[in-house]
Design a protein around this ligand. Structure first.
Ligand code: ADP
Ligand code: MG
Length: 255
């Protein structure tokens, strides 16, 4: 296994939109190499946490740190270069083959760049070949090996959504953010994706921060769970502790 990724910490992160407090001093710590689920009702602030972490939103106050590195305020490409990759809620690819999409995911890693390879400079061609081999490995790991040269438009919804996941992995991240990875999938696709997330985590040893409404998936995959409600952390614990937590029942059931 590669060296364990650094600890990821949210410290008193506050985000406001025109008077609405999306996150009110949210703090939590993600144990390196663990699967940490972020759950809570719609509008709780889960995607906002991802947007702060990946550099899309700048918090009004508070910090996000990865080990000793402060991520707060860094541009998205800088955060990605530090090994934080993400998938987006509600986005699935429709263009190109699986291979094309995975190569795009490696763009940030290609030193010579795509322009040089188009000119067929020898070093660039070698580098492209290595990248293509690695994308094939990642396709195998994510259950897309048989579809490597298939246009994504011809894949099932579940496979297309897993292309997003595979593309994020192509960045060779130390931290992977998954925003509702099984949303819209049928039962079989969910099972397959859960299995793939488990395999990837075990084989690549990365930290996974998971936003998901499917409690079955959360219970199955997460080591720890943080519960958000109206931009506040209302509970934190193992899946078993969370399941019976009064604040969680209140947030979900409104009792
Ligand atoms: P979740 O992912 O938990 O459903 P979000 O993080 O998407 O919740 O949203 C939290 C709150 O912040 C919601 O009330 C949402 O409407 C608001 N919000 C999120 N992003 C923006 C934005 N860019 N502009 C205005 N309000 C936003
Ligand atoms: Mg969301």
């Amino acid at each position: 296994l590669p060296a364990p990724p650094p600890e990821l910490r949210f410290e008193d992160v506050t985000v406001r939109f025109a008077g609405l407090t999306a996150l009110g001093a949210v703090s939590f710590t993600v144990v390196p190499g663990s699967v940490h689920a972020l759950i809570g009702p719609n509008g709780a602030g889960k995607s906002t946490c991802f947007n702060v972490l990946s550099g899309l939103y700048r918090p009004e106050s508070g910090r996000v740190r990865l080990g000793d590195t402060e991520l707060t305020g860094l541009a998205p490409h800088r955060v990605a270069a530090l090994g934080v990759a993400r998938t987006f809620q509600n986005i699935v690819t429709t263009e190109g083959t699986v291979a094309d999409n995975l190569m795009l995911g490696r763009h940030a890693l290609t030193r010579a760049g795509f322009a040089a390879s188009a000119l067929r400079l020898p070093g660039a061609v070698r580098e492209q070949r290595a990248h293509r081999e690695r994308t094939r490995e990642i396709a195998e790991l994510t259950g897309l090996g048989a579809h490597f040269d298939t246009p994504v438009a011809l894949l099932s919804y579940g496979d297309r959504k897993r292309v997003e996941f595979a593309r994020a992995l192509c960045l060779e991240p130390r931290v992977l953010l998954l925003d509702e990875p099984v949303a819209g999938m049928n039962g079989a696709e969910r099972d397959r994706t859960a299995e793939v997330i488990g395999t990837v985590r075990a084989q690549l040893g990365l930290t996974v921060l998971l936003v998901e409404h499917d409690m079955g998936l959360v219970m199955r995959l997460a080591d720890e769970v943080t519960v958000l409600d109206f931009g506040r952390t209302v509970a934190h614990g193992t899946p078993d502790e969370i399941r019976h937590h009064p604040e969680v029942l209140r947030a979900y059931l409104g009792t």
